[in-house]
Design a binder for this molecule. Sequence first.
Ligand SMILES: [Zn+2]
Length: 273
Amino acid sequence: MIDYTARLSLLMQDIVARVPTLSFIDTSRVLVFARAGRANAEGAYATCHCVCLPPSEPGYYFWRDRRTGQLTRRSEWFVTKSPQVRIGTRPIDYMVSFALPRFCDQMLSRSRKQVHYKGHPNWVAKLDTIVHELYHIDPAQPGIRRIERADGTYSANCHGERFFADVVAMVNQYLDTKPNPAAYDFLQYSFDELTSRFGGLAGTAFRVFPSYPQRYTEVLDPQPEAPTGAACPVKPLKLPRVTRQFTEEDLMMREFFRDGSRRLPSRNRSAAA
Ligand SMILES: [Zn+2]
């Protein structure tokens, strides 16, 4: 069985080693994992998740009287925090998730990217997606790269024409370095081709699949004083119980099918790696 997320991780290492703009990325702190995504359904092919953002500033929700503008109620003070992800001794700063099997079937000829890659084979669409996700990692501070507009202010959106054009340039730059085809040749196969060639397709996922580590809200204890002018009843926050720390124990291998996936017994873990 092909370990698809392991192949993607190795390819990312090769890209980072060959594309100077991405050379600041420490891939040992980037975890690749699989999410569910059907090939014929709408949705992202891949997503970059930052798990190293500092906690937010304390805040609270409030309700106002529409007529007087006075606060009538507020929530407890809370902060939002990134979950902690640590694999063995290495802390993880970013995670890149791939929707399987959707990503495997991504094709240049079916996407808007095609105008940028005239004469390139179909699988370059997948390479574009991988570089795109890596380019989201901010070189200057923990978080998702912000896109500066021509006037020096930052765009509210983390994409922009420049972003897409930069990705195309980096894809070409990578290919121009003549990488070993063994690093990327798995991208040329569709999901069906991969499963028949390798006898199955597996990837690392979180045990809480289809969930994964996400930012969570924490009530401050002790509670700071009431905000000035907010002498109103305080409503406790009802928060779902979430896992805040993840380790390699929270990872497992899943086999992906055209419509669904199954957890692989852990003894297959090393065999699939
Ligand atoms: Zn993006």
